[in-house]
Design a binder for this molecule. Structure first.
Ligand SMILES: [Zn+2]
Length: 355
C-alpha cells in the first residue's frame, strides 16, 4: 500500500497521537459553543446522509452489544497460531522485493504448499523495467484456484512483494525490510484459509491472487500496484470464462493492536458499499469488535486497480494504524496469532454465508 496519501495519513496519525498526548482543558463557554456547533453539524449531516444510511442494514445497538467480544484463540475456528507460524516462516526468508532471490524462495514455498493442498498455483508473468538500473525485472502474480468449475467467483487477494527499503524508518531508511504486517500477513492468512477451501460449499468458487510489484518503489515518482494493474488489464483484454462477483483485498491484517476501520474508497464506491456492510456485519455477528463499522483512512492500494480497471467490486481490509509501517520494526513481534485468527475467521464466515 502506498504512497503519497499513505504518507499523508501517517503524518495525520503522528499529529493525532501528539494531540492525544496533551490533555487540553477548555473554558466552559468554549465547550458550550463546541456543543452547539456539534449539534448543528449533526443536523446538517442528517439532512444529506439518509440515502446512505438506508442502504446500510445495521443491527440494533442492543443486538450488537449482546454478542460477547471474542478474546481468546481457542474460541476461534480459524487457526491463528498456524497462520502466525506461516508469517514467521515467510519473514525468515528475508526481504522479498520483486525479482529478488527472496521472492523466488517465497514462490517456491507457496507453490509447494498450495500444491499439497490440491490447488497448484499458476503464475501470471510480466516484466517491468527497474527504475534504477533500467534492467528488466521478472514479476509474477500467483493465482490459486479453488473449485475452478464454478463460473461465478470471489477474488481474495493481497500483495506478496516487500518494499525495497524501510523509507519511513527514522534511524535506518536504507535498512532491511522484512514486511511482517505489510507483505507477509495477507499471504499467511491466505495460506491458512487455503486449508478450509476444499470444503467450501455454495455456488461461488474462490481465487487467491497474490500480487507482485505492489511497491517496487525507489522514489516518489515510481508507480505502485504493478501486479494488480497487470491482472486487471488482462481481465479486461482477455476476459476469462469466469467472472468475479466480489473482490476482497487483505493488507496489514496481523497487527497485534488490531483495529480494522472501513477504508474510505471501499465505503464510497456504490458497488463496494454492500460488500463492506456485509463483511462488517459478519464481524459484528461473531463478536469480532476489532472490525469497527466506520470509515477512517483513505488508502491507495491494489483494490483501486481491480475496481477502476477490471470493474471488480473490491474492498480493502486494512488496519492502517500501525506505527511500524515501512520501518525495520515491521517484524513478527509486532504481529499476533490472535489478530490473524480474527480476520481469518471473519473472511471464512463471510465466504460461507449464503448469497
Ligand atoms: Zn507498504
Amino acid at each position: 500500500m502506498n504512497g503519497v496519501s499513505a504518507r499523508r495519513v501517517a503524518a495525520d496519525y503522528a499529529a493525532r497521537t501528539d494531540k492525544l498526548a496533551q490533555p487540553v482543558r477548555k473554558p466552559r463557554t468554549a465547550t458550550l459553543a463546541l456543543v452547539a456547533l456539534a449539534a448543528l453539524a449533526a443536523a446538517l449531516t442528517a439532512a444529506w446522509w439518509p440515502w446512505r444510511e438506508r442502504q446500510l442494514p445495521t443491527a440494533p445497538e442492543s443486538e450488537a452489544a449482546a454478542v460477547p467480544a471474542v478474546k481468546r484463540l481457542t474460541e476461534i475456528p480459524f487457526d491463528g497460531a498456524q497462520a502466525y507460524e506461516y508469517l514467521k516462516q515467510i519473514c525468515d526468508i528475508g526481504p522479498r522485493q520483486s525479482g529478488s532471490a527472496g521472492m523466488a524462495a517465497q514462490q517456491k514455498l507457496l507453490i509447494e504448499y498450495f500444491t499439497k493442498l490440491g490447488a497448484p498455483p499458476t503464475l501470471q508473468r510480466f516484466r517491468y523495467r527497474h527504475p534504477l538500473t533500467g534492467q528488466p525485472v521478472e514479476m509474477a502474480n500467483m493465482i490459486v484456484s479453488w473449485h475452478p468449475d464454478r463460473p461465478e467467483r470471489i477474488l481474495l487477494c493481497g500483495h506478496y512483494d516487500t518494499r525495497p527499503y524501510p523509507d519511513q524508518d527514522q534511524r535506518n531508511p536504507m535498512g532491511v525490510f522484512v514486511g511482517a504486517n505489510d507483505g507477509a500477513s495477507g499471504v499467511a492468512l491466505l495460506m491458512e484459509l487455503g486449508r478450509h477451501m476444499p470444503a467450501l460449499g455454495g455456488k461461488y468458487g474462490v481465487d487467491f491472487v497474490l500480487f507482485d510489484g505492489e511497491e517496487f518503489v525507489f522514489s516518489d515518482t515510481d508507480p505502485y500496484f504493478l501486479g494488480s494493474e497487470w491482472f486487471a488489464r488482462q481481465y479486461v483484454a482477455e476476459p476469462p470464462a469466469h467472472r468475479y462477483r466480489w473482490g476482497v483485498l487483505l493488507d496489514m491484517v496481523a497487527d497485534a493492536q488490531l483495529q480494522v476501520f472501513q477504508e474510505r474508497n471501499s465505503v464510497l464506491w456504490p458497488d463496494t458499499r454492500p460488500l463492506v456492510d456485509s463483511i462488517w456485519s459478519t464481524a459484528r455477528r461473531l463478536g469480532v469488535r476489532e472490525f469497527i463499522a466506520r470509515p477512517k483512512h483513505e488508502v491507495r492500494d491494489d483494490h483501486l486497480k481491480l475496481h477502476n480497471i477490471a470493474k471488480i467490486p473490491t474492498c480493502d481490509i486494512i488496519d492502517f494504524d500501525y506505527p511500524y509501517w515501512h520501518t525495520e520494526a515491521d517484524t513478527p513481534e509486532r504481529c499476533s496469532a490472535l489478530s490473524l485468527a480474527k480476520v481469518g475467521w471473519v473472511v471464512l464466515e463471510w465466504l460461507g454465508e449464503p448469497r
